[in-house]
Design a binder for this molecule. Structure first.
Ligand code: MG
Length: 159
């Protein structure tokens, strides 16, 4: 029987940081603050996969107190989580994710983001869906203070 997991993450926007979403650096005056590259989308997907497999959460696997993960490439963390999920006896079915961001618009970058994420997970890009929506001026996203992401992962036990 299929198993599903959810993931949620948010990071604060700050000057002097890069804006990396799904491993793709986007043109932006502000970037995301965090211990790693602060790739909020990839972090949400990692938590969704860990949740589906019953393997805990991102903070347990990659503590932000651990110097090994300073400025870490989150796509590499994602790839290692996929290895763990497969080792636990599962195969990935599909990922669906939403980025909640005021600017920039993600439309022009969605294909590249989806392709990079799929590559990191060893998945057909057709099994990865990335959506974007705005905060409509409300809350921390709407005020441009941060970016949030949500993800759902579906996995199947290997026969
Ligand atoms: Mg995070």
């Amino acid at each position: 029987m299929s198993r599903v997991g959810i993931g949620y993450d948010c990071h604060r926007l700050a000057a002097g940081r890069r804006l990396v979403l799904g491993g793709v650096e986007l043109p932006s005056e502000l970037g995301l603050e965090g211990h790693s590259d602060a790739d909020v989308l990839t972090h949400a997907i990692i938590d969704a996969l860990l949740g589906a497999a019953g393997l805990g959460d991102i903070g347990e696997h990659f503590p932000d107190t651990d110097e090994r993960y300073r400025d870490a490439d989150s796509l590499q963390l994602l790839a290692s989580v996929v290895t763990n999920v497969i080792a636990a006896g599962f195969q990935l079915e599909n990922i669906d994710a939403t980025v909640v961001i005021e600017r920039p618009k993600l439309g022009a970058h969605k294909h590249e983001i989806k392709t990079r994420l799929a590559q990191a997970m060893g998945l057909d890009p057709e099994r990865v869906n990335v959506k974007a929506t705005r905060g409509e001026g409300m809350g921390f996203v709407g005020r441009g203070e941060g970016v949030a992401a949500l993800a759902v992962a579906s996995i199947d036990p290997c026969a």
